[in-house]
Design a protein around this ligand. Structure first.
Ligand code: UDX
Length: 436
C-alpha cells in the first residue's frame, strides 16, 4: 500500500513511521520546509520515546520519506491521511478546521488517481461530509471515499499505542473506503487488534466521547480527592476500591493537579460547542471543564497555604519539579504547571523550576520563572518543593540532600509519588493530594 500523510506533526509523524514499519510505503508531507529539512537530517520535531530510531530504520529501509510537495507526496497513494492541527478557535472554543479544509482542497486539485482520504485529525461531527464536498467541488474525476479514522495516541506512549491499540475505529460510508482501510490496518488486524467499522459521523463522535469520558474520570477522582482530604480518607485506596470493579476499571483514576495537554482541554471544549450547536447540552462535560480549570489555580493556592497563607508566602521561594502536562513529553500545552507557577508568582512567591524535557517550551510561557539545570539547583534555598509532574527522575530524590539544600523541609506532592509515612520518617512536612 502507498500511504500519504499530510501533516508531519505529532500524530502524522508517529502514524507515518508506524505504517512504514508495518511495511507500507509512506510519504510524510508538511508545508514547513524547516521541519522537513530537519526530518531529512534525522532530527525529530517533537520528543517521543522511540520515534527517532523508528524513523531512522524506516527511512534507511526505503519505506519512509518526507516532502513539502503535496502533489508529489500524494501521487499514486491508495490512502491519503489528513493529520494537520485542529487548534481551538480563538474566542469560541470551536475546533479550527482551516488547515483541514485547505488540505482537502489541495488534495482534490492534485489527485492523480483513485484514493481514500482519511481524516486522522480530531474533527467535529460532520467534518467528513464537508471534506468530501470540498474535494468533489474541485471537479476531480477520480473515485474517492472520505473516511474517519481517529487516533487514540498518548504522548510518551504513542508508538506502543499505535502498534498495540485497544481498538481501531473506522468510519466509512462505502465499500471502497472500508476495503482500503482494511488493507492499511491488515498488519494490526493479524495481531488481533479489533477494528470497529461505523458510520463516518459516529466515528467522529467516538473520538470526542472517548476523550470527554476520560477527562470526566480524572475530574471525578480529583473531586473525590478533595473530599478525602476533608473527611480524612485516602483517595488512592478509593481509586483501588472502585477500580477493581470491572465496570469502572482502574485506569485514569490518579488524582492530581488536573488534566492538561493537547487533547483533553481542546476536545472537551469542542464537544461542548458541537452539543450547543445541535441544542443537545452535555452538562456533565460542562462541569468537567469548569472543575478542571479552577483546579489548576487551586493547586497553586494549596502551595501558598502550605507556606502559611498569602501574607506569610510573600517573598518566599518555591521549587517546581516538573513543568510538562505529564512525563515523557516536552509538551507544555495547558499544563497545570503554568497555573500553579502563575498563582504562586501572583502571591509574591519567587519560582525556580526544573523539567527534564520541557524547559525550552516552558521558558516563553513562564518568563519570570528561573529555569535550573537540575532538580537540586531549583531546590537550593526553596521554602517549599512542589512536585508538579511525575517524571521518574523525581521518584527517588536524595531526600537528605533536599533537606540540606532547601530552606525548610516542606514538600507538596501534587502527583502522590511519595509515601506519607516515609516522608514523615525523613523529617518532611509532606502534603499530597487526597490523602487526608
Ligand atoms: C490523551 C488520550 O489519552 C489519547 O487517547 C488521545 O488521543 C489524546 O489525548 P495525552 O493528552 O497524550 O492523551 O495524555 P494522557 O496520558 O491521556 O493524560 C492527559 C492528562 O490527564 C495529563 O495531564 C495527565 O497528567 C492527566 N491524568 C491522566 C491524570 O491526572 N490522572 C490520570 O489518572 C490520568
Amino acid at each position: 500500500m502507498k500511504i500519504a500523510m499530510v501533516g508531519s506533526g505529532y500524530v502524522g509523524l508517529v502514524s507515518g513511521a508506524c505504517f512504514a514499519d508495518f511495511g507500507h510505503e509512506v510519504v510524510c508531507i508538511d508545508k514547513d520546509q524547516a521541519k522537513i529539512d530537519r526530518l531529512h537530517a534525522g532530527v525529530m520535531p517533537i520528543y517521543e520515546p522511540g520515534l527517532e530510531a523508528l524513523v531512522e530504520t524506516n527511512v534507511k529501509g526505503g519505506r519512509l520519506s518526507f516532502t513539502t510537495s503535496l502533489a508529489d507526496g500524494i501521487s499514486g497513494a491508495d490512502a491519503i491521511f489528513i493529520a494537520v492541527g485542529t487548534p481551538s478557535r480563538r474566542g469560541d472554543g470551536h475546533a479550527d478546521l482551516t488547515f483541514v479544509y485547505e488540505v482537502a482542497r489541495e488534495v482534490g486539485e492534485n489527485l492523480a488517481g483513485d484514493a481514500v482520504i482519511v481524516t486522522k485529525s480530531t474533527v467535529p461531527v460532520g467534518t467528513g461530509d464537508e471534506v468530501e464536498r470540498i474535494i468533489r467541488d474541485t471537479g476531480t474525476r477520480h473515485r474517492i471515499s472520505v473516511v474517519s479514522n481517529p487516533e487514540f495516541l498518548r504522548e510518551g506512549a504513542a508508538i506502543g499505542d499505535f502498534k498495540r491499540p485497544d481498538r481501531i475505529v473506522i468510519g466509512a460510508e462505502d465499500d471502497f473506503g472500508r476495503e482500503v482501510m482494511r488493507e492499511v490496518y491488515r498488519p494490526l488486524y493479524l495481531n488481533e487488534s479489533p477494528i470497529l467499522f461505523t458510520s463516518r459521523r459516529t466515528s467522529e463522535l467516538i473520538k470526542y466521547a472517548a476523550n470527554a469520558f476520560l477527562a470526566t474520570k480524572i475530574t471525578f477522582i480529583n473531586e473525590m480527592a478533595d473530599l478525602c482530604e476533608k473527611v480524612g480518607a485516602n483517595v488512592q485506596d478509593v481509586s483501588r476500591g472502585i477500580g477493581m470493579d470491572n465496570r469502572i476499571g482502574s485506569k485514569f483514576l490518579h488524582a492530581g493537579p488536573g488534566y492538561g495537554g493537547s487533547c483533553f482541554p481542546k476536545d472537551t471544549l469542542a464537544l461542548l460547542k458541537t452539543a450547543e450547536d445541535y441544542d443537545s447540552p452535555t452538562r456533565i462535560v460542562e462541569a468537567v471543564v469548569k472543575v478542571n480549570d479552577s483546579r489548576k489555580r487551586a493547586m497553586g493556592r494549596k502551595v501558598v497555604d502550605a507556606l502559611g497563607g498569602v501574607d506569610a508566602a510573600r517573598g518566599k521561594k518555591a521549587a517546581l519539579l516538573g513543568l510538562t502536562f505529564k512525563p515523557n513529553t516536552d509538551d507544555m500545552r495547558d499544563s497545570p504547571a503554568i497555573a500553579v507557577a502563575q498563582t504562586l508568582m501572583d502571591a509574591g512567591v519567587a519560582v525556580a523550576a526544573y523539567d527534564p524535557e520541557g524547559m525550552e517550551q516552558a521558558r516563553p510561557l513562564l518568563p519570570e520563572v528561573t529555569m535550573c539545570d537540575d532538580p537540586y539547583a531549583a531546590i537550593a534555598g526553596a521554602d517549599v518543593v512542589v512536585i508538579v509532574t511525575e517524571w521518574d527522575a523525581f521518584r527517588a530524590l536524595d531526600l537528605k540532600r533536599v533537606k540540606e539544600l532547601a530552606n525548610a523541609p516542606l514538600l507538596v506532592d501534587l502527583r502522590n509519588i511519595y509515601n506519607p509515612d516515609d516522608m514523615a520518617a525523613a523529617g518532611f512536612t509532606y502534603l499530597s493530594v487526597g490523602r487526608g
